[in-house]
Each structure stands twice: as C-alpha cells, then as structure tokens.
Design a protein around this ligand. Sequence first.
Ligand code: NAP
Length: 454
Amino acid sequence: MTIETINPYNQEIIKTFTPLTTAQINEKLDLAVSAFKDYRLTSLEFRGETLLKTAEILEKNQEEYARLMTLEMGKPIKQALAEISKCALVCRFYAEKAEEFLTPKYIETDASKSFVTYQPLGAILAVMPWNFPFWQVFRFLCPTLMAGNVGLLKHASNVPQCALAIESILLSAGFPKGVFQSLLIESPQVEGVLRDSRVKAVTLTGSELAGKSVASIAGQELKKSVLELGGSDPFIVLEDANIEEAVEVAVTARMLNNGQTCIAAKRFILQDSIAPKFEQLLVEKYQKIVMGDPFNPNTDLGPLATPAILRDITNQVNKSVEMGAKVLIGGKSVEGKGNFYPPTILTDIPVNSPAMTEEFFGPVALLFRVKDLQGSIELANSTIFGLGASIWTNNEENIKIAIRDIEVGALFINSLVKSDPRLPFGGTKSSGYGRELSIEGMHEFVNIKTVWQK
Ligand code: NAP
C-alpha cells in the first residue's frame, strides 16, 4: 500500500510519503541500538517522569491529534478525542505501576539468595493497524519503554501523519533520540527489519494474514512475537437479561469506530424467547444512527477507513444475502464519494456464509437465534476466532458455565468488551497470542532472568 493520507470522507489525497530506503532503515536501526545502550541504564524515575510529560502533551494538544486521526481514518471526532484521553491514561498507569511490575521477585531456594529480575531486550518492532492509530501504539509503547526497551513503529500505510506525530510527542516529552522511531515503510519491507539482528522481538496488531507472515519470520529468526489479530466476538443475550440495557449497549458495541474494532460485538446470539423483542429494539436504534461527516460532533457513524474495507464489507453482505441471509435494515451501498456503508442488520444467517464464518469489519450486526445457553456457547465457539465475548444474564449458574466454556481471551458479563490498562488484553485461537496491558503485557518484552547466588 502507498504511504499516504487520503481523507476517507471525500477521497482527497492530502499527503504522500516516500518509503524509507534500505540505507535510511539501516541508519535508524543503528540509532535504535546506540540509544538502547544508554536508555537501558536510565532510572525508572526518569522514564516515568517522561511518560507523565507525554500524557501532558497529549492532553494539551488533544484536539490536534484527534483531528489528525479523523482526517486519516474517519473515526467520529468525539471518539477520537476520547482515544487521546485514553492514551494519556495508559501513560499515567505505567508511569505509576512500572516499579511494582518490574520489582525483582525473591524466591526461597537452597541459594543464599535467588530471585527473578526483569531486563529489557533492546529494539522491539511494533507493526500496527490504523483503526486506533494512537491507542494501539501507546498501549505498546508505554510498557515497552518503561521496561527499558526502545521502540520501532511500522504503522499502517494510511496513518503516516499519526505515526510521525507520536514520534514527535515522545521527543518533545524528553525521551532521548532513537528511543522511539517511526519507520515509514511498506509491509514488504517488514521482513528485512524483522530479520535484522538489531531487532529483538515483534508485536503485530492486525489481520490473520499479516500475523501469520510476521510470526513465521519471527519463528525462523527465533524472536519473540506477540499477535493481536481479528475477532468475531459473540454478544450473547439470554432470557433472564435486562433486554433494554443489552440493546442499548449492543449498538455502541457494534458501532464504535465505525464498526472497525477488533473487540466489537459482531455476532448477536439471542435466546429464542427474547429474540423478537431484541431485534425490534435494535432496528429502532439503528434507524436513529446519524451517518455523515466524522468532523461533525453529532455524527455517530463516519466513513470506513479505506475503499478496500468498503469493498470487503459490501461483498461479505452481498454474498451472505445471496446465500439466504435476510436484511432487517441497511445492506445497500451509499451514493457519493466517501467510503460510507450504512448501519446494517442481517438475520437468518446460513451456515458457511461469510456472515457465519468471517470477521465483519464495519457497521453490520449479525443476528442468530439459539434455544438455550448451551446452544449459545456452541455457536460462540464455532468460529476460528477467540478474542472477546460478552454475555448478558443475571443467573450465576449461567455465568459460571460461560466462564468455563467460552473460548476467548476476555469475557465480559453484562457489559461490552473493552480494553483497560489494569487488565490483560489479548486473544486465543486465530485471534492471536500473548497479552498487552497490565503486568502481563509488560512482561512480554523483558528477559525474565533468574539469579541464583551461593
Ligand atoms: P492488516 O492489513 O493486517 O494491517 C495491520 C498492519 O500490518 C499494518 O501496519 C500493515 O501495513 C501491516 N501488514 C500487512 N500485511 C503485512 C505483512 N504481510 N507483513 C508485515 N506487515 C504487514 O490489518 P488491517 O486490516 O489494517 O486491520 C484490521 C485487522 O486488525 C482486523 O482483523 C482487526 O480485528 C485486527 N485488530 C486486532 C486488534 C487486537 O488487539 N486483537 C486490534 C485492532 C485491530 P500496511 O498498512 O502497509 O499494509
């Protein structure tokens, strides 16, 4: 993909960037190595203070960064502003918690002293997606830099200005030159960077295809990898749930970020007895969604980030409908220049249709009906994905069974699935492996070194 900013609202090309040459990449990798030599020896206090300064800069220029995200990938401006606040929150979280998370762990053995210590690895490569252009990067960089590593960012090709802004924020905050660099490179250039011995590990957030490619290269090079991939999260509603509340939250859970969220609720699995009511209320709410200019604060649903995403979701809906799915609302392309797809609800979804098996990265809710809890869990587990799940029930026995049997990295009960710096985040099955956030996220990119003294 060409590295450029194209406004998804009107297809206007705003700015084009030339990818780095091999020689330029080389210079940046050298800089990363030399920066690491000194940075690994800096105190946690220095790193924490610099991260707190980063939070201040984010908040001071919140509007500017939010507008940049909306311009490059079309998220509604009010959500972009919230994303910047969340980045400041994760900076403060790790500035405060790093010491606790990195404190050596003393363990009694036959040694006079034995303990586990957590040491940085060096330059960590982050391959990141466009859907949360700031948040995805900050949730990587905060624990990674606090642990004493240096970061290299290969951001998605459609958000280059966000990538450059993040590098500049960290420099202004006082992180030494080379501690965090954005590499404006295309995806075929990732292999060379990852194979380079100056790069020690990799994390990728994105599609299954990209994940497989990066993980196999990392495997050949015996480098640690963390993968945060796609999802088709179930949102299960049982008959003893608060249906009105579930519907209210369902709309947000599906529509946030124009429907382009890995942990969006994508499959709504409804117990037969409450399905008609849920469907009717959901359609009513969908009719009220305001689609339009993402810079307008009243907009709920902006354009999809790229024409390719619009094409994919259009094809997935059309194919599912050809196979027998019914459209309750939406389902038709929108005239005009922007990458708009309307709020859509599909029901009567046939087995083996894209709506049954694939991730839908757009504002399309997929409705299913089941007889009971057991049926809902079987359906929930029937895809290759295992990122998050939400279940709505007030029955403790149901909750126990759901916790035991739903195959996901995170289960939320009577809530939508969300990320929180205090809790580990990640998936199972084809949604990836490894964790971000919390202490688990910080321990992904450290050498867990055992020390034994006679
Ligand atoms: P994508 O095409 O995989 O792109 C993600 C990143 O990987 C971009 O920087 C992209 O660069 C790069 N990339 C693509 N192919 C690559 C390859 N073969 N080798 C190395 N790098 C490669 O993903 P997307 O479609 O933009 O993002 C949406 C997907 O991300 C969805 O499946 C979503 O669920 C998932 N996601 C997961 C999480 C999570 O935490 N689990 C969070 C957000 C999104 P270019 O832009 O230059 O191609």
